[in-house]
Unconditional design. Structure first.
Length: 231
């Protein structure tokens, strides 16, 4: 550790991004908060909550949602919620990279990643991205791409209308809010390709569903979904 780093750590000691406990080194979470992270695989289907033994979506829900598989890293509990808030709204991009790598570790156990052609981060509307300064999904996607060696297409889908935040909307309102919100800038590149969509949190799946329908209408072969957390 050089002198500058030592002084910086003395004046601004690293803190846990969940509970604010002082850390001994420049990590992201303290050991207590790491222990609170809840791995979700093998619990229940993301959408109907039916018990399943593998993955995140049951066969019945695959007939409703146009996803070939869904992978979420963690439950959206207190440590993850705090981290994602700091990441998105306080510009701590290293949190997105850290969690993206952990999501990549989980993805690496799924056979479909070996046949995935492109990673596509869910796009923000240009107004929101300009205000925030970055697209959080793209930060996550870059960490995944670096880990599992799948190229990113970050400009092939555009959000064509500014939508209100989904946070306080119910399922029906969420679906209506994002209906026809996206447009493909280049459909030819996606024909017969397998796509991995990336975002930060999966709640009802309305946004991902809107994009996946668009991709499959334009002859994408498979659409997989992954997020840092499932709310």
């Amino acid at each position: 550790m050089n002198v500058i780093t030592s002084v910086a750590n003395l004046l601004f000691p690293p803190m846990c991004f969940s509970c604010n406990e002082r850390l001994e080194n420049s990590t992201i979470l303290c050991n207590n908060c790491i222990d609170q992270l809840i791995d979700l695989e093998g619990i229940r289907c993301t959408f109907c909550h039916k018990e399943i033994s593998h993955g995140f979506i049951c066969d019945e829900c695959k007939t409703i949602y146009p996803f070939d598989e869904v992978v979420c890293a963690y439950m959206y509990n207190s440590p993850i919620q705090s981290m994602i808030h700091h990441f998105k709204y306080n510009e701590f991009k290293k949190i997105g990279t850290y969690l993206g790598k952990r999501l990549a570790d989980k993805l690496s156990h799924y056979d479909f990643t070996r046949n995935t052609d492109y990673i596509i981060p869910v796009p923000l509307h240009r107004t929101k991205e300009r205000f925030r300064g970055f697209n959080q999904a793209e930060i996550i996607a870059k960490a995944i791409s670096k880990s599992i060696k799948i190229p990113i297409l970050s400009d092939v889908i555009r959000r064509k209308k500014f939508t209100q935040t989904q946070t306080k909307l119910d399922h029906t309102e969420r679906e209506k809010n994002v209906a026809d919100a996206f447009i493909l800038k280049d459909s030819e590149i996606l024909k017969k390709k397998s796509i991995l969509l990336v975002d930060d949190v999966l709640t009802t799946g309305s946004t991902m569903k809107s994009i996946a329908l668009l991709l499959k209408e334009n002859l994408a072969a498979h659409v997989y979904v992954c997020t840092l957390a499932r709310a």
